[in-house]
Write a protein that binds this ligand. Structure first.
Ligand code: UDP
Ligand code: MG
Length: 314
């Protein structure tokens, strides 16, 4: 919940970002000082092989508001953000990339919306500058597929650049599942969310740290972690095959009454019916598996957005 003397935590995952860190720190500090609030800048070095850690260590030496965390190896962007959120003590947490693709100025607008009472204010990309056609196209298709498949309201064309209220952060930190898709988790909480539109710039320096393999892994975590549809697909495919085969058998029966009996088409028809049956059975197994999977994840059953007379945080 917004309060006038709020503290802001900014979480920045950094993987081999030596080329951009100083510029990022400069710009971010300028913007944060403009808000006149208390703040902390939490960098998480995701197992970088370059001078990222040395730079972060120097920054934290010079500025007490800079918190630097270092991973023993590269655990991935989503895990780095999680570690930053775990360490955050602010009333709101802003997640932002280190490469200045997401403009720090937009945080001001996010705070305005937070003041209005929104718990999740996400950045919606109006335009993506300096990214390949392949990346833009696959991202656009993927966001729509995910939106269609997922039961949580995961907004279109948004990345991890967002402001999260303390209660959303607490809820997300309580979910300790491994294959994390943070945009999904923040939507899953169900707390009120709204968008702030912005143009995504080109990287200020360096090159992308999201390899195709990492992209695909994240895409998979999004769909598999937030949808059971792929599991139930085979049930409906099986039902489709069975109904089509039954129709074909009826037609065959009529044709054979007129033209005379032959065995071969019936063998084929039975084969198709059996295959359809197998798919239905697989789908049924999938439906159970989907529920088991939900349970194994061990997420809380529900979250209360309001309570009276109970002290939650000191
Ligand atoms: N990043 C990270 N670990 C990784 C890959 C990336 O912490 O394994 C960080 C990276 O330093 C940056 C953010 O995640 O701050 C987004 O990565 P990048 O800009 O390379 O992705 P893109 O914007 O190209 O999708
Ligand atoms: Mg980037």
């Amino acid at each position: 919940m917004y309060r006038p003397d709020y503290k802001l935590s900014v979480v920045v995952p950094a993987y081999n970002e030596e080329a951009v860190l100083d510029l990022f720190y400069q710009k971010m500090t300028e913007v944060l000082k403009g808000f006149g609030c208390d703040y902390e800048l939490i960098f998480v070095d995701d197992g970088s092989a370059d001078a990222t850690w040395a730079k972060l260590a120097a920054l934290s030496e010079a500025d007490a508001r800079v918190v630097a965390l270092r991973f023993a190896r590269n655990f991935g962007h989503q895990t780095a953000v999680t570690a930053g959120m775990d360490a955050a003590t602010g009333d709101a947490v802003v997640v932002i990339d280190a490469d200045l693709q997401d403009p720090p100025e937009v945080i001001g607008e996010m705070i305005e919306r937070w003041k209005e009472g929104y718990d999740v204010v996400y950045g919606k990309r109006l335009k993506r500058e300096g990214e390949s056609f392949f990346k833009k196209f696959t991202a656009a298709v993927y966001y729509r597929l995910l939106h269609f498949m997922s039961a949580s309201d995961i907004p279109l064309d948004t990345g991890d650049f967002r402001l999260l209220d303390r209660r959303v952060v607490d809820a997300m930190c309580a979910m300790r599942e491994h294959n994390r898709f943070l945009r999904g988790l923040s939507a899953w909480t169900g707390f009120s969310q709204c968008a702030v539109e912005y143009v995504r710039h080109e990287r200020a320096a360096g090159s992308t740290k999201y390899t195709l393999k990492k992209m695909l892994r994240l895409a998979g975590d999004g769909i598999i972690g937030f949808s059971s549809k792929p599991l139930t697909l085979s049930f409906w495919a099986g039902c489709g095959v069975c109904s089509l085969t039954l129709c074909a058998m009826l037609a065959l029966l009529i044709v054979q009454i007129v033209r005379g009996f032959s065995l071969l088409p019936w063998v084929f028809a039975l084969l198709f019916l059996l295959i359809g049956g197998v798919f239905v059975a697989l789908g049924a197994v999938g439906a159970y598996l989907a529920r088991v999977y939900d349970e194994v994840k061990g997420r809380p059953l529900y979250l209360l957005s309001e309570e009276k007379n109970r002290s939650l945080r000191s």
